[in-house]
Design a binder for this molecule. Structure first.
Ligand SMILES: Nc1nc2c(c(=O)[nH]1)N[C@H]1C(S)=C(S)[C@@H](COP(=O)(O)O)O[C@H]1N2
Ligand SMILES: [Mo]
Length: 203
């Protein structure tokens, strides 16, 4: 596995702050999971790439982990108001995974799918830029509660879009809400704009 230098993906606001409005800092990395944790068996683990691609593929752990790995440093902001700065993640970028397929020209959004049924939607442009499928956090394999063996990380949006226990990438022409986006969380989730909940809930 090639390990290029660590990529910095830290947003510093024009105000100079690294902590978005309404957030407080924690030194810990709390577990935030809705419902029960899925038990994932790495022997049968699969990452399925489907939807608007020339042909669907499924990667097993050996295939996935033979792709080029990257190390990313980033801040993490949960909509429940904790922020954890300087998190280091190691894994494979979504950009690299998608090199294995040919996305259709109409593909504009992705739905990330997880074991247990969790989903979250994101613009394709955004995840091509910064989406990372991480297996390690702070130099260690992910703990089970943090998404072992593989979680998604998208630092510039609230943490609910960093799906744990991922098992699928669906390419879509039209946007569609994921698990929390259907249940009152904002579609986009930019912490600097405090896009926490549906606009009609905060008005
Ligand atoms: N599959 C799944 N992924 C998930 C969640 C979840 O409930 N299920 N919670 C999200 C939320 S709200 C946050 S803030 C982060 C928290 O990651 P952590 O539990 O590793 O701190 O995971 C996100 N990914
Ligand atoms: Mo969260």
């Amino acid at each position: 596995m090639k390990r290029p230098d660590t990529i910095q993906n830290v947003t510093i606001h024009e105000s100079g702050s690294r902590v978005p409005p309404g957030q407080f800092l924690t030194d810990k990395f709390p577990v935030l999971t809705y419902g029960s944790e899925p038990n994932v068996d790495i022997e049968s683990w699969k990452l399925r790439i489907f939807g608007l691609v020339d042909k669907e593929i499924e990667l097993d752990w050996a295939q996935f982990s033979s792709l080029e790995w990257e190390t990313v440093d980033a801040d993490f902001h949960c909509v429940t108001q904790w922020s954890a700065l300087d998190q280091t993640w190691e894994g494979v970028s979504l950009r690299n995974v998608l090199r294995l397929v040919q996305p259709a020209a109409e593909a504009r959004f992705v739905m990330i799918h997880s074991y247990g049924g969790y989903t979250t939607n994101l613009p394709l442009d955004l995840v091509l830029e910064e989406g990372l499928f991480a297996h390690k956090h702070m130099g260690e394999p992910l703990g089970k509660s943090h998404g072992w063996p593989l979680r998604f990380v998208v630092p510039s949006v609230y943490g609910w879009k960093s799906a744990k226990w991922v098992n699928g990438i669906e390419l879509m022409a039209a946007d569609a809400p994921g698990f929390w986006e259907l249940r009152g969380y904002h579609n986009d989730g930019d912490p600097w704009k405090e896009e926490r909940f549906w606009p009609e809930l905060t008005r």
